[in-house]
Design a protein around this ligand. Structure first.
Ligand code: ASP
Length: 502
């Protein structure tokens, strides 16, 4: 970490991102190497790293069941051993190397390789936790001061209606882009049959298909769920939409109480807001270290072999995200917000990099606030309301990705989607993205609902699970950019942006 005068922070973070990626590639884990804990002949616990093996035969309960795995079936091997260890079965393995073989008895655990890059992960998690802890108090304080400083409630109503309309419109555009690209590129047609069978076998056990029951979409239940029974509970659970609702009515009600008492409350929350913003600025000083650790661990853990098998799918999603991020949002910022496109992207880049490294819109929220308020000059009364709402309900990147993914899985299954099925995807992806929590990896869980709505087997998710982390990073950047773009558009259209020197 260098002083900002020598090198601006966003450049430091960008360098950390690049160096972290290189570090992750150099110290990537060897997927074929596994760590096991077992008992030796004297029943003493040992641990071992197994490398360069050709085949491993697994014996369950002294040979009652027996499975053989070759070196490129390491994922299945790990799953099988884990499952039997969890079921408290006795597991022995026979390892065959090129010229010798050996027996290991009574396995107690099996884990992946570790490298210096994956060992850095806690540093990255620490950074994300520090940001996430700021999000809720910052949202509450900004929203309360924002709402209480609006001269009239009508204005809030107008801004609220415009915001919702824009959030929904941009999400519909995002899903349409996803569907068009999915139909045009046809990534599912380019996956060989054997590859799809292998992917299904490897990732099936991790597929979140059982979770779908908890996520039935019902618009009325959704509206009712916005009103928390207990605001403290909502804060404790990070239920952002409920927190926004509570803070908003709290802030608005301040307008109706005695001025002398109102001033105390406003003064208190202004102080809280200042403290939170200062905390973000202090935490951001370690952002280069946090980003380095996050990205190097992710890159080191990523299974590269799968990249080439799903390359068309990955490219289709990325193409859609790039178009939506740089074309749709540019139009929104320019023509609705009357704000310069280049300035918008330049001022937002720190939030985008943090979003990319963390895959979490919620953790990035304090940085998005900082960029939108302090660099672009959107007043708190607008951003305090629009950004948290967006982080919760506006997930264009996720919705776009869900569109491509649904078409891709249908294509692999050899199913032709007709127009009415594609419209169903549009509607369910819109609702599912509203219900997606702003944390890593939730988009793929919500995909289950979309697949079920058009009768595609949800197990198909196994096909894309292996590359989800990478696409999660990319779609989170779009999610964050979308929130900021709508915020700038609304503030600009209301002539409320106080442009600041950058
Ligand atoms: N990680 C995404 C976000 O936080 C959500 C998702 O698509 O999984 O915005």
């Amino acid at each position: 970490m260098l002083p900002e005068k020598i090198l601006p922070l966003h450049i430091q973070i960008l360098i950390a991102l690049l160096l972290g990626s290189i570090f992750g590639i150099i110290f990537k884990i060897d997927y074929h190497s596994i760590n096991v804990k077992y008992s030796d002949h004297d029943f003493i616990r040992q641990s071992r790293e197994i490398n360069n093996w050709d085949t491993i035969t697994v014996f369950i309960n002294e040979g009652a069941e027996k499975y053989a795995f070759s070196n490129n079936e390491v994922y299945l091997l790990r799953q099988k051993i884990k499952k039997h260890i969890n079921e408290k079965d006795r597991v022995d393995i026979l390892i065959n190397y090129h010229e010798k073989s050996e027996f290991l008895h009574n396995l107690q655990s099996i884990s992946k390789d570790e490298t210096i890059a994956t060992q850095l992960k806690p540093l990255g998690t620490l950074f994300i936790n520090l940001l996430t802890l700021i999000a809720i108090p910052l949202v509450i304080a900004s929203l309360i001061i924002g709402a209480s400083s609006l001269e009239d409630v009508k204005k809030l109503g107008k801004i609220g209606a415009k915001t919702l309309a824009l959030y929904i419109l941009t999400s519909i555009i995002a899903i349409s882009i996803g569907l068009i690209i999915g139909n045009f590129v046809q990534p599912g047609m380019k996956v060989p049959y054997e590859t799809s069978v292998r992917l299904m076998a490897e990732f099936q056990e991790e597929t979140p298909i059982n979770i779908s029951e908890h996520f039935e979409i019902n618009i009325f239940d959704f509206i009712v769920s916005i009103v928390p029974k207990n605001p403290i509970n909502a804060m404790a659970n990070g239920a952002m939409l409920q927190v926004v609702f509570f803070a908003l009515i709290f802030g608005l009600t301040i307008l109706f109480i005695d001025k002398s008492k109102a001033n105390y409350v406003i003064g208190f929350f202004s102080g809280v807001s200042e403290i939170m913003i200062k905390m973000v600025q202090i935490i951001m000083k370690i952002a280069p270290i946090g980003v380095f650790a996050l990205i190097s661990a992710t890159i080191a853990e990523f299974g590269y072999e799968i990249l080439s098998t799903l390359i068309w799918y990955i490219l289709a999603v990325l193409l859609g995200l790039v178009i939506h991020t740089f074309v749709t949002y540019s139009l929104v910022v320019k023509f609705i917000g009357r704000y310069k496109i280049l300035d918008f992207f330049r001022n937002l880049r720190t939030a985008q990099i943090i979003g990319f490294s963390s895959s979490s819109s919620a953790a990035t929220l304090p940085i998005t606030f900082d960029c939108v308020e302090n660099k672009i000059g959107v007043p708190k009364s607008v951003s305090g309301f629009i950004l948290p709402l967006g982080a919760t309900i506006n997930m264009d990147g996720t919705a776009l990705y869900q569109g491509v993914a649904a078409v891709f899985i249908a294509q692999v299954y050899g199913l032709d989607l007709n127009i009415s099925q594609q419209l169903t995807i549009l509607l369910t992806a819109l609702l599912a993205s509203i219900g997606t929590a702003p944390v890593p990896g939730v988009g793929i869980i919500m995909l289950v609902i979309i697949l079920e709505s058009i009768n595609i087997p949800a197990q198909g998710i196994a096909l894309i699970l292996g590359v989800d982390r990478l696409l999660d990073m990319a779609r989170t950047v779009t999610n964050i950019t979308g929130d900021a773009a709508v915020c700038v558009a609304i503030a600009g259209s209301e002539k409320m942006i106080t442009k600041k020197e950058y």
